[in-house]
Design a protein around this ligand. Structure first.
Ligand code: ATP
Ligand SMILES: Nc1nc2c(ncn2[C@@H]2O[C@H](COP(=O)(O)O)[C@@H](O)[C@H]2O)c(=O)[nH]1
Length: 186
């Protein structure tokens, strides 16, 4: 099996986290890269499992000392991927999944790193809004900012190798799994 670096991006609320969790259950050999973020934890989020929650000074120290493979400011907070974590897993022959925004995705593509990129879409902007509101985790101004940013993010989808529309959850999971199985098979 070939070790691959997967980039999964989506506008906020498209269902990327939900899909990735289901994918990891079905393809446990895939290693999820836990990002660092300056965002405050949502209810139920666990440090070291969902994210490494950090303050801005610690985050910028990691950036300035070259520890981030990529990083970006997203919806008003900083998010970044540990270079060491990704390099060690790939060197050990494991495939790694990065759940990152389009700016980080473009950085990795622009470095020329070999990767498979997947963009997740909601069926429409109305459904995206319903999902963000239905999740009930974000304040009104946060939802508005995420919906505003969604238009720019969706405009970046042509840079991605695969586009998956997350309408019926089971079908989208199956599509994602098929991509990962096919890409790691050779
Ligand atoms: N196919 C689907 N049909 C209906 N609801 C869905 C579907 N996929 C996800 N959801 C719901 O939509 C909401 C947003 O999903 P999720 O949190 O996975 O989005 P996300 O893309 O990871 O967002 P963010 O980037 O903000 O973390 C959740 O309440 C989730 O349960
Ligand atoms: N460029 C990066 N983007 C990241 C990283 N980890 C997560 N993200 C993206 O941020 C937004 C918002 O996430 P949320 O958990 O606050 O809803 C989403 O698009 C994530 O994919 C990262 O390391 N680098």
């Amino acid at each position: 099996m070939a070790a691959k670096l997967f980039i999964v991006s989506a506008p906020s609320g498209a269902g990327k986290t939900t899909l990735v969790k289901e994918l990891l259950k079905r393809f446990p050999d895939l290693v999820y890269s836990i990002s660092h973020t300056t965002r405050t934890p949502r209810q139920g989020e666990v440090h070291g499992k969902d994210y490494f929650f950090t303050d801005t000074a610690q985050f910028m120290e990691m950036v300035e000392s070259g520890q981030m493979l990529e990083w970006a400011q997203v919806h008003g907070n900083c998010y970044g991927t540990s270079a060491l974590f990704v390099q060690e897993r790939l060197a050990a022959g494991q495939s790694v999944l990065l759940d990152i925004d389009v700016q980080g995705g473009r950085q990795i593509m622009d470095f020329g790193l070999d990767s498979v990129s997947i963009f997740i879409m909601a069926p429409s902007l109305d459904v995206l809004e319903q999902r963000l509101r239905g999740r009930g985790t974000d304040a009104e101004e946060v939802i508005r900012m995420r919906l505003k940013n969604a238009k720019y993010e969706i405009a970046q989808k042509s840079f991605y190798t695969h586009v998956v529309v997350n309408d019926v959850l089971d079908e989208a999971v199956a599509e994602l799994l098929a991509i990962v199985e096919q890409e790691t098979a050779n």
